[in-house]
Write a protein that binds this ligand. Structure first.
Ligand code: CA
Length: 514
């Protein structure tokens, strides 16, 4: 065969092309992006995907349709700042040091985002963070100072400057998130946390949502007039719609001493004030003309609470929908794990309450949904008990980063991939703050059927609930002889979890020996 240069180059070129093509095929695909949306005080009772009849939430429900709803997602400590610290560290409050809203978070500790950065991720936190510290582990951040404001909110930027932005906080947070996504280095995967202020007290809706639910009457929860029989701590709280919810501050009527929460109202511009105040003046006028007292007054307060809360949630839902559309438009939806959760659950009148804190279901559970195309089967409902400390290890495993042994949460990736795994048989909880709303510090264990709670410090009390027979936790059966064996079993499990999670404060209280 005669040697031909032409042929040689042709074959050589073809080979080169084949090899390059092969190399491209076997090149590791870019790790998935991670988008975590954390709202504040959003109740699962107000989300369509959780069966809510209160309002429609098409934005959040999209995650359920295209992904999954977690019907048993729990927090370790049902309060704002500490919950975010648990998300970032994957550890309980007694380990990450941020036990109550009066603490300051030590951001120099190991955070999952720092490990993602090392693995080549671009990381950012935009919106409410509420950790009272300079963020660490983020390539970009722009956060609300403390609780932040609904109207014309201030944002702290990376240069240390505080910038006031005109508009409504939920919209602005979404805009800033999209702006960062537009401008970042697209050759790297991202992990973005979007922190919403909504639906935190004092539930100031966007102007376009004012009155959205005014034609609707909300049925009182069955246990709205709870007499707290058999539950000492529940009887001694200060978070009831009847006694604690304020007409001026919370419900924006009787605009006298705390006119619409003065600070919140005063930062509005004239245009905003005009619309906002016209709406609430009308409500106030109706309220005065009714001259309500007793139960009629309490129930009026409940209706107004619901209307303001849900109108505030409407913007949250719309903005979540907007961010999902953004991922569609920019072609990033298929390679992005989206997790939506609140920092904890909230009471929508159950037990007569608003607020959170208790280990009772409405505040112990948090809404949580996840979408991960090609991995999570659309329309899945996970009944497995998961926790907010599971997010850190999930993100790490997804990024191919080794999960440090100190992390107390459990990756949800095997669950997403439908792999056999040892499901949690129990979840452990510990609430510390002793102050606002007078909820007595407590810790406890919940299994799929039972819940054992120990209140301490202000009063030493035990509670036991059979969630199957008593889902609304109205009857404490701790002293019921029929539950003696159940109680002993739960006590044993509680002590084991206290040891497992190294909760030395609780250890002393239950007499655990190390
Ligand atoms: Ca909160």
């Amino acid at each position: 065969m005669q040697f031909s240069f032409k042929k040689f180059f042709f074959i050589g070129g073809a080979l080169l092309l084949a090899v390059t093509g092969f190399a491209q095929k076997i090149r590791k695909p870019q790790p998935p992006n991670i988008l975590i949306i954390v709202s504040d005080d959003h109740a699962f009772q107000a989300i369509g995907a959780y069966g809510s009849k209160m309002m429609e939430t098409p934005g959040i429900d999209r995650l359920a349709k295209e992904g999954a709803v977690f019907s048993n997602a729990f927090v370790t400590n049902s309060i704002c700042g500490p919950s975010r610290a648990c998300i970032l560290t994957g550890k309980y409050s007694h380990i990450n040091g941020f036990k109550d809203n009066l603490s300051k978070f030590d951001a120099s500790q190991d955070l999952f985002v720092k490990r993602l950065q090392k693995a080549g991720y671009q990381t950012a936190w935009i919106g409410k963070m509420h950790l009272d510290t300079k963020p660490q582990g983020f390539d970009y951040w722009e956060i609300l100072p403390g609780q932040g404001h609904y109207y014309n909110p201030d944002f702290i930027t990376m240069s240390g400057e505080t910038v006031r932005r005109t508009g409504y906080v939920t919209n602005i947070t979404t805009e800033l998130a999209e702006k960062w996504l537009d401008s970042r280095d697209a050759s790297k995967p991202f992990c973005l946390v979007v922190g919403h202020k909504a639906t935190h007290r004092i539930w100031m809706p966007d102007l376009q949502d004012l009155g959205k639910f005014d034609k609707k009457q909300f049925p009182l929860p069955d246990n709205f007039y709870d007499n707290y029989d058999t539950r000492y701590a529940a009887a001694h709280q200060d978070m009831s719609i009847e006694k604690t919810l304020r007409l001026g501050y919370d419900l924006k009527v009787m605009q006298t001493s705390d006119i619409m929460g003065a600070e919140n109202y005063n930062r509005m511009n004239d245009e905003q004030k005009k619309v906002y105040s016209a709406y609430y003046k009308k409500i106030e006028k109706e309220f005065i003309s009714k001259n309500l007292s007793g139960k009629a007054l309490t129930e009026w307060k409940y209706q107004r609470y619901m209307k303001d809360y849900l109108a505030t949630a409407a913007s949250l839902d719309r903005n979540i929908g907007e961010l999902l559309s953004y991922l569609d438009k920019t072609g990033q939806a298929s390679n992005t794990l989206v997790i939506y959760l609140s920092d904890q659950g909230f009471y929508m009148g159950e037990h007569g309450w608003f607020d959170k804190r208790f280990m009772y279901e409405e505040s112990f559970k948090t809404p949580m949904l996840a979408r991960f195309p090609g991995v999570i089967k659309p329309g899945t409902v996970y009944k497995d008990m998961v926790m907010n400390i599971d997010i850190a290890p999930t993100a790490l495993e997804l990024a191919g980063v080794k999960i440090p042994g100190e992390i107390q949460g459990k990756s949800m990736l095997p669950l997403f991939k439908n792999k056999e795994q040892q499901a949690r048989d129990a979840v452990y909880y510990h609430y510390y703050e002793s102050g606002e709303h007078s909820v007595i510090p407590h810790f406890g264990v919940r299994t799929s059927r039972y819940k054992l709670i120990r209140f301490y410090q202000v009063a030493d009390k035990w509670e036991l609930f059979d969630l199957e027979k008593d889902p609304h936790e109205m009857r404490n059966i701790f002293d019921d002889p029929a539950y003696k064996t159940i109680q002993a079993g739960l006590m044993k499990r509680l002590k084991e979890l206290i040891t497992q999670y190294r909760d030395t404060d609780a250890e002393k209280l239950v007499g655990n020996q190390r």
